[in-house]
Design a binder for this molecule. Structure first.
Ligand SMILES: Nc1ncnc2c1ncn2[C@@H]1O[C@H](COP(=O)(O)OP(=O)(O)OP(=O)(O)O)[C@@H](O)[C@H]1O
Ligand SMILES: O=C(O)C1=C[C@@H](O)[C@@H](O)[C@H](O)C1
Ligand SMILES: [Mg+2]
Length: 179
């Protein structure tokens, strides 16, 4: 049971989906992943949606899915890496959830995402440079999250989930209290 949704934000490869799944398991609550819900509803992959309908279309669907998920039963919400850039999305999360930024250094992010062709924004001639630019542009917005959890290369998914819970127990203990 959680009283508010715990909403994971951060860059591609930060571990929102992986850590989200572990948090959901530990707390016995559901995990909703906005990327996964968009993919399911569209019956297309994220690169296919970007290619056919464009990023603006994807962002509009992302905002709809996020708002819908936040209106549902509180649980863990893993967002897409860009979702937090929208002030409207941030306001929705502030109203109904607790935001947690998984703050992961560039080198660690790069090691995680370099193998995968699933991130359309990194299909550029210099994907590492693109990742670095996105991180620099987005970090000030991610820093607006209610809770920041710094993650290092040596932190496993399990460790990171434990540290997120510890941070919530410190800053927002009331959302973990039994009903
Ligand atoms: N703390 C961690 N330790 C080791 N590997 C991790 C950790 N967190 C995530 N990973 C691995 O890194 C990869 C990317 O993680 P994940 O898909 O959870 O990122 P994400 O934040 O959901 O990214 P996106 O915004 O693209 O959805 C996965 O292969 C995942 O298993
Ligand atoms: O950082 C981003 O803008 C993105 C991250 C992924 O989770 C997906 O939502 C998509 O690839 C865009
Ligand atoms: Mg994800």
């Amino acid at each position: 049971m959680v009283k508010r949704s715990i909403v994971l934000v951060g860059m591609m490869g930060a571990g929102k989906s992986a850590v989200g799944a572990e948090l959901a398991r530990r707390l016995g609550v559901s995990l909703r992943d906005t990327d996964a819900e968009i993919v399911r509803a569209a019956a297309m992959t994220i690169p296919e949606i970007f290619a056919r309908d464009g990023e603006a279309f994807f962002r509009a669907r992302e905002s709809e899915v996020l708002a819908r998920v936040l209106r549902g039963k509180p649980g863990i919400v893993s967002t897409g890496g860009g979702a937090w850039m929208s002030a409207e999305n941030r306001a929705q999360v502030a109203a109904r959830g607790v935001s947690v930024w998984l703050d992961v250094p560039l080198g660690v992010l790069w090691n995680r995402v370099r193998q995968r062709p699933t991130r359309p924004l990194l299909q550029t001639p210099d994907p590492r440079g693109t990742l670095a630019r996105l991180l620099a542009e987005r970090a000030p917005s991610y820093a607006l999250a209610e809770i920041t959890v710094p993650v290092r290369a040596e932190n496993s998914v399990d460790d990171t989930a434990a540290r997120v819970l510890e941070a919530i127990r410190t800053h927002r203990p009331e959302i973990l209290e039994p009903a």
